[in-house]
Design a protein around this ligand. Structure first.
Ligand code: MN
Length: 300
């Protein structure tokens, strides 16, 4: 009866086709078939920054359509609330990603979402479930070979690294604000007959120390993991995919989907690997060019 109402003539010459398609549930980029996906035990991704132009949605969609896992950790900064608050930006591709994550949870993948600092608005939902997705402040993951890993976004350590805290803001609007402040500071200095002093130049000089900063960050995170008595730690936040052993503690960073486009995966036997998705796409294209059937390549 309801169906005939939707499909019927409204009596005013308007056909029901003008009615929105209430059954539409497909993403704008159609999902690729499930059978050809690589299977992993666990997948970790973070720093996707949905809601910003920086997010590499196309590559992430390709990744999600190529890979499946029993468990998936979303290690923070998935949605960039900071930028969205300033300027609303939400292309269809970003819905396609959310659609794929919800669909994956529905199909049975255990998804644990650990909000980061850019999506800290979701931290208030810690302990709750959303479309089958568990929201946690941090998690402990047991690998197939019996290692225990602490999983967290990693902004927790910004406070420990106070002297470098400004780095969290570089590349963001605050950097521009800082340059504005620079002009203001110098107007005051000029009025006081003091020489020009460049705040942004100092910041740029500090960027050169980024390598040193990253190294120090990794040590701080690994030390915190050691104090917790775990075998290792998985985090994101600094947009630098990495695997290091620090005083017997494994440090893993799953990178980001803004520049690097990396994911961390665990194979069935517990072996872990950082995937660089642009490289994986290039390898796939090369294999296709050589006329290899992907099924054959997979079986090899
Ligand atoms: Mn972050």
């Amino acid at each position: 009866m309801f169906g005939s109402y939707l499909e019927g003539d409204f009596g005013n010459g308007r056909q029901a086709s003008a009615f929105p398609d209430l059954d539409r549930h497909q993403p704008s980029v159609p999902e690729r078939p499930l059978e050809k996906r690589r299977k992993y035990r666990t997948v970790w991704i973070s720093d996707v920054h949905l809601g910003t132009k920086g997010c590499n949605a196309e590559l992430l969609i390709d990744f999600l359509d190529s890979v499946d896992s029993e468990t998936m950790y979303l290690v923070g900064d998935i949605i960039d609330g900071w930028r969205l608050k300033k300027k609303f930006y939400w292309p269809d591709a970003h819905n396609d990603i959310v659609w794929r994550l919800l669909k994956r949870a529905k199909r049975g993948t255990r998804i644990v979402y650990i909000p980061g600092n850019h999506d800290e608005m979701f931290r208030q939902f810690t302990g709750m479930h959303f479309g089958g997705i568990e929201i946690r402040r941090a998690a402990f993951h047991d690998t197939a070979d019996g290692r225990r890993l602490m999983v967290l976004h990693g902004d927790e350590f910004d406070a420990v690294m106070l002297s470098h805290r400004w780095l969290a803001f570089v590349g963001d609007a605050l950097y521009h604000f800082m340059m504005g402040l620079n002009r203001w500071v110098n107007a005051v200095r000029k009025a006081l007959d003091l020489p020009y002093w460049s705040l942004s130049k100092m910041a740029k000089h500090k960027v050169k120390n980024a390598v040193e900063f990253i190294g120090k960050y990794e040590e701080v995170v690994a030390r915190a993991a050691a104090e917790r008595g775990v075998d290792g730690v998985v985090c994101g936040h600094i947009h630098t995919a990495e695997h290091r052993m620090l005083d017997g503690v494994e440090y893993w960073n799953d990178g980001d989907w803004v520049e690097g486009c990396n994911a961390l995966v665990e194979h069935a036997d517990g072996r872990m690997e950082i995937l660089n998705w642009p490289e994986e796409v290039a390898k796939r294209a090369q294999a296709e060019q050589q006329g290899e059937r992907p099924e054959v390549a997979e079986a090899a």
